[in-house]
Design a protein around this ligand. Sequence first.
Ligand code: SIN
Length: 535
Amino acid sequence: MENRSDFLIIGSGIAGLSFAMKAASIGTVALITKKEKAESNTNYAQGGIAAVVSGTDNFNLHIQDTINTGVGLCHRDAVEMLVMEGPRRLNELIQLGVDFTRTGDKLDLGREGGHSQNRIVHAHDHTGAEIERALLHSISLNPNITIYENHVAIDLITEHHLGKKISPESQINCWGAYVLDVHRNCVLKFLAQFTILCSGGLGQVYLHTTNPAIATGDGVAMAYRAGAVIANMEFIQFHPTTLFNSGSPAFLISEAIRGFGGVIRSRKGEEFIQRYDSRGSLAPRDIVARAIDIELKKSGEEYVLLNLHHLPPDKIKEKFPLIYETCLSKYRIDITKEPIPVVPSAHYSCGGVKTDLMGRTSIKNLYACGEVAMTGVHGANRLASNSLLEAIVFSHKAFDQAKGINRNDQTSIPEIPDWDDSGTIDTEEWVLIEHDKKEIQQIMWDYVGIVRSNHRLDRAYRRLSLIQNEIENFYKHTKVVEGLIELRNLSTVAGLIIRCALMRKESRGLHFTTDYPNRDDEHWLHDTVITLSDI
Ligand code: SIN
């Protein structure tokens, strides 16, 4: 069974939906998503979109803040494009009906770590959900877009599926993806001349994460298996302030709260982050998360405290309704009166499928956009609220490329074989999938977290290799199910993170290792690049 469209989009966060809106003006769009259409990392984004919209701000300041936070690895051309296109793309969202918070007739601008100015455009503290709402509403009115919910991409379709051997030098083409229709329990071919990965992040590779259950690194894993160039996977951002013991996903306490005046203290009351960086609680995330991690390990405490009770209660409730209500009703914490117990959790992958400034990957007709991509914007650490911005700017660039496809050229996609599951059996071994997933998450949390070492990374690599072999073996003999597809992807991205971390023999931004505690510009002022042929 097959589905043909001009554009295949994998993922329904801000990158996928905004690309869909534009692509639908020139062709037919199939958008596949693993769960319900609103379930994406975007939907959980609290902070907002960083953009230069105030008279006191300027492009140079935003560019410099981004580059300073990225610790030498940001690609300047990508950052300039991001910042300078930002206001235009933001305006498109406003035209579409996104209801950003205003003070009078002006956009209300918040502040977050690493920013020298107030420039975070937001919809109270549920910006992502508001953007999803507006985009999904517009899409529902567009007959050129079909959304396939509960459809899970298994693998990208390339020459490999035609039985051709791919060498490192070959130009690989992408013609779509094999996709599991979860409800009908069958695998379909989704064919398109233009495929774009907008599949979001991979936080589920760690035991504690702000990311929802869907964030299993599918896009990076599929692109890697297809032969795409992957980069900078060692740079995993840990958000400093997630609510202690709030389960999975960990409930995020937005950095905007610190931008509003919230202060992190130890349980003894010390403002200890000042000892690590003079910007204190508003230093970039790598510094704050590492400071918390070190203090917790030294003190043996389980959490630190985020204090807000010196701030006006009415303003807290007005600006952060989601956080206030959730903490009160679900966790019995009145944040206007009591400190919030917080710990860092895995939040964002700065690495991913390497793209150029137009969102093109190293595979022909395969694009990547949003968290799944490594565009060069974030370097070794992402500046807060630059991720939604990256998604709208780069999806627009990919759309500029999409305009070039020849929709009438039916010969551009060869005859693609149906999914072949002969020789596989239905699994009843759910316990194996669950157990392997937990083991990967524990390994990554214990050995590949905020502070790393050669010893920990080697240990992680050895243990993961064993699990990876078992999973591949299980996968070859088992009919595909959602949990198995995700597990295979998690194990692939875990391996990529460990291998990139082992390659980088220095500490920079989000990658800190006790064996090489200093930054080494002489040898490591470049991206960490990895492909299938490197094995
Ligand atoms: C937050 O609200 O703290 C998250 C924003 C981001 O990750 O950029």
